[in-house]
Write a protein that binds this ligand. Sequence first.
Ligand SMILES: *[C@@H]1O[C@H](CO)[C@@H](O)[C@H](O)[C@H]1NC(C)=O
Ligand SMILES: *[C@@H]1O[C@H](CO)[C@@H](O)[C@H](O)[C@H]1NC(C)=O
Ligand SMILES: *[C@@H]1O[C@H](CO)[C@@H](O)[C@H](O)[C@H]1NC(C)=O
Length: 545
Amino acid sequence: MAAQSLSLWTIVFMFATVTGLNLEGELVKDLMRGYNKNVRPMEKSGDITKVTVKMTLTNLISLNEKEEALTTSVWIEMQWCDYRLRWNQPPRSSLYKNLTSQMRIPSKSIWLPDIILENNVDGKFEIALYCNVLVSPDGCVYWLPPAIYRSACSITVNYFPFDWQNCSMVFRSQSYNANEIELVLTEEDKQPVEWVVIDPEAFTENGEWIIKHRPAKKLTNQRYTKDELEYQEVVFFLIIQRKPLFYVINIIVPCVLISSLGLLVYFLPAKAGGQKCTMSIMILLAQTVFLILIAKKVPETSQAVPLIGKYVMFVMFVTIIVVMNCVIVLNVSLRSPNTHSLTNKSRKILLNIVPRLLKMQMRLWTPSDDCSDGSCNGYGHSTDASRNVFIVPCRRRSSLGLISKAEEYVMKTARTELMFSRLREREGLMKSALEKIHNGLDGDTAQNLAASLAQASPEVRQCVASCKHIAESARQQNDFDSENEEWFLVGRVIDRVCFIVMMLTFFLGTVGIFLTGHFNQPPSVPFPGDTRLYLPPQENSTIDE
Ligand SMILES: *[C@@H]1O[C@H](CO)[C@@H](O)[C@H](O)[C@H]1NC(C)=O
Ligand SMILES: *[C@@H]1O[C@H](CO)[C@@H](O)[C@H](O)[C@H]1NC(C)=O
Ligand SMILES: *[C@@H]1O[C@H](CO)[C@@H](O)[C@H](O)[C@H]1NC(C)=O
């Protein structure tokens, strides 16, 4: 008995299922009978079809700065009601009232509201897949097609790579004006969904961009009349901020390091000559490479210069000044007293005041009174211990120089004179010795003795004159050398002054430019002057962490 009733129930159930299936097929057949998908659902004349739109972002694929294109993967949810598709009202309700669930119908076989991405960049206005629509018994249609959109996004390059961008996706009906369909944002819990929906489960985070704000708005352009297609649109904004770490590691840090090397040029001595210039010009070349790297990345616009471009220009400018300094310093350091003379005034400034201000370790020049002409130097007098003046001991003159001086004197003196003096040698020696002994009794000063010796012996006189000549020319050589040295020191002082100026410029410029970038944060609200955040109530804070 029980088995019989069970099998009966099974048969009844199967029958019901089959009838149900048949019922659904019947309904679809019924709905499509006489359905013209090209005609807008308008029950009464003047009816406006209301289409609600909601966008769910699943992936912010990329923002191509050069092409100014934002690629996103989204789901566009659209809902509208089509009176021709309902079956909960007579005459269909009597036949199909048992079908209370939604029905799936191919989207290509019913009327669609033609909503397209207006600001696309690749001529692809449409969605990626025409999936089925869900139709409710009251004839309302729910459609959730996926799409990969490439929308135009005008890039503000000024602060690249510390920038944020304001991209928008504009949706409009391609063929129906505001008198025919009304575009609105979907309402959930009596609240319009004024944001781009992001499901944290399904969302793939972009490596380069953080989404700061994602408001959505229905806009009406009052410039157009309701008959024009441009009158109404639904706009989804994505205000995104770049994570600059990639550029910091790959461009900024190497650029700062290489450019700071340029300042080391000031520590190369002038004797290194052209190496100073070579080094700074190599750095200039390296900076050009960075400039090319940046130019490859940002759009080719002349409206604004990106921050990083400004920075590279700045360091190139600094390096060019360094090259110019090097040339000037080389010119000054390798001057000789024969071609250029240094006045006491410039000596005072460059070799005394400035080095003292900069606390440089070098001999200071002090003006001396005993030499009237400009060729003398004052280093010998700068023995002032209280001022902690650093005194370099006098260089030892080479004995070879002295010998050559003596030979020079011998060459200058006539040969015959030397011969006669050789003849007179013995006689003179005797005489002088005698006279020395004789005069030694009354003349006790050394000067007298020297005078008498000179008087007595021409050899001694010659020797004294020769020594005088040697001393004189050695002094001249010394003056020449020390003036040469003075030009070197002037070069060093200029180098040091320029180093300090350039280091400050470089440091302040670097810090200034990157602080500018750091403070370029997106505004705290999506629309200036509007305090609303355009976010779902349960997540008032932004989605990023
Ligand atoms: C609807 O279902 C009920 C039982 O659930 C059944 O009695 C009735 O005949 C069905 N109506 C139609 C039109 O199939
Ligand atoms: C983004 O752009 C829209 C217009 O395109 C503007 O209304 C909005 O204020 C901008 N948002 C920000 C944060 O600047
Ligand atoms: C969100 O805002 C509501 C009031 O608008 C507030 O009560 C709630 O604490 C906020 N939640 C968070 C996470 O900030």
